[in-house]
Each structure stands twice: as C-alpha cells, then as structure tokens.
Design a protein around this ligand. Sequence first.
Ligand SMILES: [Mg+2]
Length: 405
Amino acid sequence: MFPTQSNRRAWLQSLLYGPAALFTLEAFKAKRCDAAAAIGPDDNIKVTKLETFVLKNTWVFVKISTDAGVTGWGEMLKDDAKACAAGALEVADYLVGKDPRRVGFHWQAIHRGAFYRGGPIKTAISSGIDQALWDITGKCYGVPVYKLMGGPTRDRVRVYGTVSEKTGVNAMKVGPRGSRTPFKYVEGPKMVDEVAERFGALRQKHGKGVDIGIDFHGAVQPPTASLLIKALEPHQPFFYEEIVQALNIDVMAELAKKTHIPIATGERIFTKWGFKEILEKRAAVILQPDICYAGGITELKVIAGMAEAYYSPLAPHNPQGPCSLASSLQIAASIPNFLIQERGDNEYSDLLAKPLPPVTKGYRALLTEPGLGITIDENKLMAQVGEPRPYRARFDEVDGSVVDW
Ligand SMILES: [Mg+2]
C-alpha cells in the first residue's frame, strides 16, 4: 500500500521541522511537488481488477482497480450495453498486472491487438477503459487530466442543453419537428414549411441571443434533407447536425456544399480514421465525437489535432453519464479548438458523491479534482444496475416499413 497524500505530507514536514531536519528549503519545495500526489512517478502501481456495470437506462460503466487503492472510472456505448460490458471484461486478461499509467500504450495494445478493429463495440470498450486509465493516472499525480495534456487551454467551458436564466445557458438543440414522423424520402411543401415555421417560432421566442442547433438525427433522407436545409436557413440555425446518416460521407459532403450553415456530425463515427474522411471531404465543419465510443480521451485529443488543421472545432456528443461529461470537459480544457459541450448542464446528482462545479452564465467551471475530476457514488450506481431496456425497432405508422431510429 502506498502512502496517502496527507501522511506523505506529514512525513515530509516531520523531516523538515523535526529535530533531524534533513532537507534544505529547495529540496523541500521540490519534494512538495511529489507530496501533492498520492503516488509518485517512480512508485509502482498495477491493475488488479476490471469490473463493468450495466444500468437500467443502458449506460455502461467500467471500474478499474489497482494495488495502490486508486480506482478509475469510465463509460462505454449505451447501445449493445451487455456486449460492451462483456467485451471489456475480456480485455482484463491483458490489462491486469500492467501499469495503468501507460495510457497511450494500452490504447494501442487494445485497439491494434484485435484482428477486427474499430466499430462501435470494440471502440467503446477501448474508450471506457481509456477514461478509467486517465482517471487513475490523474489521481496518481494529483491533477485533473487536462493538466497532463498541456492545459488548461481555457478558463471555463461553454455548454448547451436547457436554456435557463438561472444557469445562463443560451444554446440549445431541437429536432426537425413536424406534425408527424417519420419524414418521407421526398417531402412536399406542407411538411417542409411546417418544420421551418416551427423552427422560426422558436427563433422568434428566444431571439438572436440564443444559439439553436437542429439535429436531423440521420433520420432524414437526402432529398428531404436538401429541402429542409434551404427552408431553415433564414432562421439561422447554430448548426445542422447529422443531416443524413454518416455511412456515405460523399452524400453528406454534397449536401454540405449547398448551405453556409455549419454542418455538424460525429456521434456515429469512430477513431481518427473515421474523422479523417469527414475532414478531407469537408462533409462537416463541427465535429461531434463521443468520448464513450470514438476512442476515449486519448483519441479525442488526436481528432481535435486533426480538426485544427482544417479550422474545425469540436462539440463533443454526450447523451450519457458523468464520466462521459467529465472526460469531455477534460478535452475541452486541453484543446484550442473547442466550441461547446452537449448536455454540459447535466448535474448527475443521482450518481455523483459530490456536486459538479455550477454552470454560471452558460459556462461550466473547470473541474479541479484529480483524474476525471468526479467521484462516483457506488451505492447510488449499484441502485441503478439492472436489465437495460430491450432492443426496439421503429416502423412507419402508415405503411409499416422500417424507419430510422
Ligand atoms: Mg445527435
């Protein structure tokens, strides 16, 4: 077992101020740096256990334990929740016994060690484990992750979610709402105008001081997407998100050329290789990688670097839990090209032991605690563990055909 922060500090102070003071002031100051952390850089630490937890709401958590008593938490994909949880346990065969602080090395080993690489489930497994390893590493050195990644690059983080006077949040997102769903392959003026009028009413209500994105959710086919992006333009959406599915990037790139409103995408794109094509083909300006399945903190930092070369900002996707938000906030505080954090105003009081720093004037204060900067309350978490909601396909109400989620 390693000395804790407080007893290490007490030990140093006893040496300095006690009868057998051994250190000069300079040596003491240097040692104080080490004393801030529970585990010194040269101390040994090994992974002892990897556990996964599937919540009833489909969120999947991974906890990594070490022989130093330091634990790390991460989150994975919410689809295929049980497959992710089981897959992560298989990685334990590799990870147990290793130094958790070789985060980049382990990312490579987990990703490249698999013959079949990438995809949502595999990348989600490496993403959750990556977050947990960064959490442990930050806790070992006594600093939040962004301080290990050259940050902070900003003083606070802009968030979007629920527009509110109390929090000052002045950015939000909506879907293309009409009187019915889903959209048809080609919609007529009745439906197209209805969507535009509803969005226009929202713009009218909030005024120009509120940024309003619109998320097509990849559930609109290209001909209708083309009609909608023109009809919505006069109301100046903040961005158009997932105007079509990201499976055929050329189609998205074609549509992107037809509008000056920024196109956003990324929540269903994985790793640097997925985002490479988006950037090269100018299919989107705003990248929305999800830290729980695009490759974790390690990979989002790389994706941000690639995006910077194209003058593209990141607006990380987040429909999930506190590790997802905390990890994304670490990225926001360590990259120059950050735009805004999705659901950055979520509080997660049903899973956290301590509240997050409050959102004020639309911005979340930087997390200051070591690692991811949050503390999971395991009792609260265990109370939510259970069978995730079942798989559910969707069908057109009128003709019964399968429609996009
Ligand atoms: Mg979306």
